[in-house]
Design a protein around this ligand. Structure first.
Ligand SMILES: NC(=O)c1ccc[n+]([C@@H]2O[C@H](COP(=O)([O-])OP(=O)(O)OC[C@H]3O[C@@H](n4cnc5c(N)ncnc54)[C@H](O)[C@@H]3O)[C@@H](O)[C@H]2O)c1
Length: 322
């Protein structure tokens, strides 16, 4: 936010005073707090970003909306569906903007979405997306180094704090991309396991869903992937599409009008694309991408994957992308 022209970072809040203070100093905020309700009492704020522990996102975002401020909610929207429901309700009855991450609309994704929506790929029979890395502990250690703290157990591994592991941390990107590209799912089966990390929550997950429009959706994630280049693949009856949102690359095979591979031009993603979009929507009074309804559907899919692991059953879904 501090890097985006037209915005001013006013205040920072963290339960740990030194984290709030160091962040405020580093990015030039005038004040810092340990209680976000005190921060919300300020009368000079237009918008708030919620980037606390996963389970707290939705309830804090509801309070931000109630205080009359726009809100940008970090991923995942919630770890429980009831919390996501509350935010959808609060967003619908508020005049303020609500934007939920992940932000899918980077240039390669937008181009892929246009191609899918044009029907050029024919009937989509299967979409597969995998977003994974080698675990949050190195990243967490770098956060602790930034704040000059003694090493402690990675908060992402503690169930009491995170309520969800790799699926809610990284799988959320795969689930959000899949449902953004091909729409709502109607049911989910999942394998959600802790295989390698010293973690109370899952480090590996594979979900298979059925699309509302027919077709199969495969969504994978892991904290145990040392290297790899998978991303998103879409298989249609008239074409195949490979998309890597992070690398900004897109390859498409179409059977019509002539069979062959295409490499559509994709512009590079602007820095802080999501936050810039949020600011632009506030300034121009536009509806932000990253709708709460979509983020809630993503939460329900992730919850259903876990329930399927626990029960051995396929789980029917009640929410939709819109
Ligand atoms: N979209 C992205 O690229 C991206 C990147 C990093 C993190 N995230 C998300 O942001 C969130 C935070 O990630 P992180 O890596 O900074 O984790 P972290 O554990 O390093 O930091 C979270 C901070 O939130 C504070 N906090 C928790 N509850 C609070 C409350 N009620 N009031 C005030 N402060 C509170 C904690 O004290 C902690 O300092 C996670 O949900 C994560 O998924 C998103």
């Amino acid at each position: 936010m501090a890097a985006i022209p037209g915005t001013e970072l006013m205040a920072v809040c963290d339960l740990r005073e030194h984290r709030a203070r160091i962040t405020a100093e580093k990015f030039g905020a005038k004040a810092h707090y340990t209680d976000y309700r005190k921060l919300l009492e300020r009368n000079d704020l237009d918008a708030v970003i919620v980037a606390t522990y996963h389970p707290t996102h939705a309830s804090i975002a509801c309070e931000v909306l109630r205080s009359g401020r726009h809100v940008l909610v970090q991923k995942p929207l919630a770890t429980r569906l009831e919390e996501a429901d509350k935010l959808v309700k609060a967003a619908r009855s508020s005049r303020c903007k609500t934007m939920c991450l992940p932000y899918n609309w980077l240039p390669a994704y937008e181009r892929a979405k246009e191609i899918v929506d044009s029907g050029a790929l024919g009937k989509i029979t299967l979409i597969r997306s995998r977003v994974a890395h080698n675990g949050p502990e190195k990243y967490y250690a770098s956060t602790q180094a930034l704040f000059r703290e003694e090493p402690e157990e990675c908060a992402f591994f503690r169930k009491e704090i995170s309520e969800g592991g790799a699926l809610f941390d990284m799988g959320v990107y795969a689930v959000s991309a899949v449902t953004g590209l091909v729409g709502s799912l109607v049911s989910v089966t999942g394998y959600v396991k802790t295989l390698n990390k010293p973690s109370e929550v899952e480090d590996t997950a594979s979900l298979i869903g059925e699309m509302e429009r027919g077709g199969i959706a495969c969504m994978e994630t892991s904290w145990c992937q040392v290297a790899g280049q998978e991303s998103t693949a879409i298989y249609g009856t008239k074409g195949t599409l490979y998309l890597d949102v992070w690398q900004g690359s897109l390859s498409v095979y179409l059977t019509e009008p002539f069979p062959g591979w295409l490499k559509p031009d994709v512009s590079s993603a602007p820095a802080q694309a999501a936050h810039r979009h949020f600011v632009e929507c506030i300034l121009k009074d536009l509806q932000p991408r990253g709708r709460p309804e979509h983020a809630r559907h993503v939460v329900e899919i992730m919850r259903a994957g876990r329930e399927s692991e626990e029960t051995g059953k396929r789980i029917a879904l009640r929410t939709k992308v819109e």
